[in-house]
Design a protein around this ligand. Structure first.
Ligand SMILES: [Zn+2]
Length: 220
């Protein structure tokens, strides 16, 4: 079983327990993005460079252990300890961030704010089965053979080619567009009482980048 990592829905129990958002301070420094060697498509956001300074917004009873989700996660010190102690794999360049401001919405956690860290999600040889996932391309003939991407219109679910999985517990798959989480990661997260994120089975994940087209096509 694999999952996608998401912030809790507004007003859900997970949200009230510990959603926390980290917002990068305006004017942060950036470097290059990773580009596909074949088609030059950007495969990542521009790299976030130091100083790592964020504003924190807490929405629940506790500070969340996952405060931002993307190429780079922003996670609590407790998250980093659990990740390392349980020898989970797939995060690199783990470095502390400075909290320049902490804002509390709804309630104020009784504990003091933890230290937070940035952690880069590894790019993996593990592949998405794009056909089984129901990928619809703008022009399938243009899909790059190296990065397996082009203009994607929508997908119905996500399916991993399990024989290509290298055992990482969090990773960017080839031919995908967001981090994927292992069952071991999810189980450890819950067993250790971490909060502030939810796990959606990849079979239930779907997205439409061209919703106006789907609305115009009653057959879909
Ligand atoms: Zn490419």
């Amino acid at each position: 079983m694999f999952f996608v990592l998401r912030k809790p829905e507004v007003d859900s129990p997970e949200d009230r327990m510990g959603r926390t958002d980290a917002i990068k301070e305006e004017g942060f420094n950036v470097g290059d993005c990773i580009r596909c060697p074949t088609c030059s498509r950007p495969l990542s956001m521009l790299e976030w460079l130091p100083p790592y300074r964020v504003e924190l917004e807490s929405w629940g009873k506790h500070y969340g252990d996952v405060a931002d989700i993307g190429d780079v996660l922003i996670v609590s010190e407790r998250f980093v300890d659990v990740f390392r102690h349980h020898e989970l794999r797939g995060l690199e360049s783990i470095e502390p961030v400075d909290l320049v401001k902490v804002v509390h919405r709804r309630v104020k956690p009784t504990e003091t704010a933890p230290r937070y860290f940035k952690a880069t999600v590894v790019r993996s040889p593990t592949m998405i089965d794009q056909r089984a996932s129901g990928y619809v391309w703008q022009d399938e003939s243009k899909v790059c053979p190296e990065c397996l991407f082009d203009t994607l219109k929508r997908y119905d679910r996500l399916v991993i080619k399990e024989e290509t999985w290298n055992g990482d517990d969090i990773f960017f798959p080839r031919g995908g567009n967001g981090p994927i989480i292992s069952d071991r990661f999810r189980t450890t997260f819950h067993e250790q009482g971490l909060v502030g994120a939810v796990f959606i089975p990849i079979a239930e994940d779907h997205y439409d980048f061209f919703p106006w087209e789907s609305a115009a096509e009653p057959t879909r």
